[in-house]
Design a protein. Structure first.
Length: 123
């Protein structure tokens, strides 16, 4: 028998949950979960998906593509226009690492806490 599982939430460790949640809220337009606190903030997205940001003391940001502190997880976002989405996210506080494996096919950015995420053209 196959176990049926549905992804409902993704949690990201970070040093400052309010700041990181604000970045992703501005980027996605998702709403803050009403039970959020300064230690843990959640954003409710489409189809019931939830992204949580939890405070971790001594947090060490990953470094793309260096594996001294591995990326652990990254998120992929589909966008209508790679250049436009990249420009908007950079103004919101994202950074663009110099290493871009396939910039004509996808873009790697990092959020304000250093987590890498990718922008992919919408299918």
């Amino acid at each position: 028998m196959t176990l049926r599982m549905t992804l409902r939430a993704i949690m990201l460790d970070c040093p400052d949950p309010p700041a990181l949640a604000a970045f992703y809220q501005r980027a996605t337009g998702w709403e803050t979960h009403p039970e959020s606190t300064a230690e843990f903030i959640g954003l409710a997205g489409e189809g019931g998906l939830f992204i949580g940001f939890q405070r971790v003391d001594g947090y060490r940001a990953p470094h793309w593509p260096d594996q001294t502190v591995p990326q652990q997880i990254h998120l992929d976002f589909e966008v209508d226009d790679l250049d436009e989405a990249e420009a908007r996210l950079l103004t919101l506080g994202a950074a663009k690492p110099p290493h871009q494996p396939a910039p004509d096919r996808w873009r790697v950015l990092t959020d304000p806490a250093g987590h890498p995420f990718c922008l992919l053209p919408r299918r």
